[in-house]
Design a protein around this ligand. Structure first.
Ligand code: ADP
Length: 489
């Protein structure tokens, strides 16, 4: 079978820039697809952090001009000097749009940049221009989230009759339906797409606004999302469909849930260079030492016999923090310790600071983004908590399983697809699962887990069953490959 030409478009990817799980995925999936023998080109915006940290980027000499709302913007395409089998990584440069402190929002105000519509229009337009200038018509353009959702829309409108893209098909992966790229209706004129495409309930219109993700879902040839359960959930209203359930249901014949994989080169306690003590299922002594290390780092008393609960998360309503708030006193009155690593909503920063003052020997909240610390908590904690309201896939529960850190999760999305509830009769299972978004259920489940933590033989069985799970990328990458092939037939 012939090798495919695949353009992978993403607003973030490791090791260049990361705000969430999308960066983990974009940092590994294109590499695996390339290793399968395909020709892959990844496209990212050239953010300030990338410019600073990757001084060896080279200008390809390809120049871009985009007209947005009667103004011309210019850009260049940079490339990371590539090793042979790796995908080629391209960066869209325009300092006015991308040379900023953070990718999406103003650090001082915590609000999204007010020209995010123009920044993404530029990014999407620039990529289509770049592909043409490279004389590289892809078989597949794999888009991710609202930040590349305009590409399918442009291909089916402005570029409809362009023979260059005649054989190009699009895949749009939804990593989180909560982020849609909604702007005032006036933004539509900036797209340069004919007026007749903007009409009530049409592909771009959403309750009097323009919605970039909606247009992508409407126009993409195939939609994927990051777990089978989330693929079902997003066809229903409320927290799941987020108002787009209608357009998603209409495309249900072209919607697949493909579970994200884990990059075990990065997330494995056997080889992890970011933790001081490495370990494996047959000898967990290193795990205990990591626990001591994280307790010391957190300045908590070394109560090694009490269970240590860890949490690494964006501090966002999605992640179940409102539930946790309701039960935090009850929780910290149990015999356990708690370490949180996260940034986000100011109200949760304040809340966890208060909790630290109230229970200084029980809880430490690291209110920052720190990858090394994330690894140490994954390794050192006994229990990992992820009580999400909804969770497209979730990565930390899969990392935790591999690190022998027993997850407590709510049965939703990718969490439901990856953690098996412990069954007291059969002693099978890898974690503790609760069903309803209810703080009482959450507390009961934590108490249950803490109860089993004291029963060492059973606890080690649960740990080992979790460590034996395998969510490596190979299976998922094959599914993407099958999808690409089916599309170009
Ligand atoms: P989401 O993408 O919704 O934030 P995921 O579970 O899919 O959630 O991915 C989150 C990723 O970001 C994980 O790799 C996690 O370890 C990492 N992460 C989240 N918050 C922090 C933090 N404060 N410091 C370091 N890593 C973090």
């Amino acid at each position: 079978m012939r090798a495919l030409k695949i353009a992978f478009i993403t607003p973030e990817a490791l090791p260049f820039i990361k705000t969430g799980g999308l960066a983990d995925i974009s940092g590994v999936l294109p590499n695996i697809i390339a290793q399968m023998g395909h020709s892959v080109r990844v496209f990212l915006p050239l953010y300030r952090q990338i410019k600073t940290n990757f001084a060896n980027l080279e200008n390809t000499g390809i120049e871009i001009t985009c007209e947005i709302a009667d103004k011309k913007y210019y850009g260049n395409i940079f490339i990371l000097p590539a090793k042979d089998s790796k995908p080629e990584i391209y960066f869209i440069e325009n300092d006015y749009f991308f040379d900023r402190e953070e990718p999406y929002r103003n650090v001082e105000t915590g609000k999204d940049y007010n020209d995010n519509d123009e920044r993404i229009i530029f990014f999407n337009m620039a990529i289509l221009q770049a592909l043409k200038k490279m004389l590289w018509p892809p078989d597949i353009i794999h888009c991710n989230d609202w930040q590349s959702s305009l590409i399918p829309s442009y291909l089916k409108t402005l570029y409809k009759d362009d023979s260059f893209f005649y054989n190009t098909r699009t895949v749009l992966t939804i990593h989180n339906l909560a982020y849609q790229g909604q702007f005032k209706a006036e933004s539509f004129a900036k797209l340069g797409i004919q007026k007749e495409h903007f009409y009530p309930a049409g592909p771009f219109e959403y309750w009097g606004k323009i919605n970039f993700l909606k247009s992508g879902i409407y126009y993409a040839d195939e939609i994927t999302t990051v777990s089978p359960t989330y693929a079902k959930e997003i066809q229903s209203a409320g927290d799941y469909g987020m108002g787009l359930e209608g357009v998603i249901k209409d495309k249900s014949g072209h919607l697949t849930g493909i579970l994200n994989g884990v990059d075990y080169m990065i997330w494995s306690p056997k080889t992890d260079k970011l933790i001081p003590f490495r370990y494996f299922p047959a000898n967990l002594s290193g795990k205990k030492k990591n626990k001591l290390e994280i307790l010391k780092t957190a300045n908590l008393p070394l109560r090694i016999e009490e269970p240590l609960i860890g949490m690494i998360s964006r501090l966002d309503n999605q992640k179940g923090f409102d539930l946790l708030q309701e039960i935090m006193d009850g929780l910290l009155n149990l015999k356990l310790q708690f370490i949180l690593l996260g940034t986000g909503d100011g109200k949760y920063h304040k809340f966890f600071k208060e909790m630290e003052k109230k229970y200084p020997d029980r809880i430490k909240a690291f209110l920052e983004f720190d990858n090394k610390l994330a690894h140490l908590i994954s390794a050192g904690a006994d229990i990992f908590l992820m009580p999400s309201r909804y969770e497209p896939c979730g990565l930390n529960q899969m990392y935790s399983l591999k690190y022998g850190t027993v997850p407590i999760i709510r049965k939703t999305g990718g969490l439901a697809d990856t953690v098996v509830n412990f069954d007291e009769q059969t002693l099978r299972g890898t974690g503790f699962v609760f069903e309803n978004y209810d703080s009482g259920e959450l507390l009961e489940t934590i108490k249950k887990a803490v109860g089993f933590y004291a029963r060492k033989k059973i606890w080690f069985k649960i740990i080992k069953q979790g460590m034996g799970e395998d969510f490596s990328w190979d299976t998922s990458a094959r599914k993407y490959e099958e999808l690409y092939r089916a599309l170009i037939k």
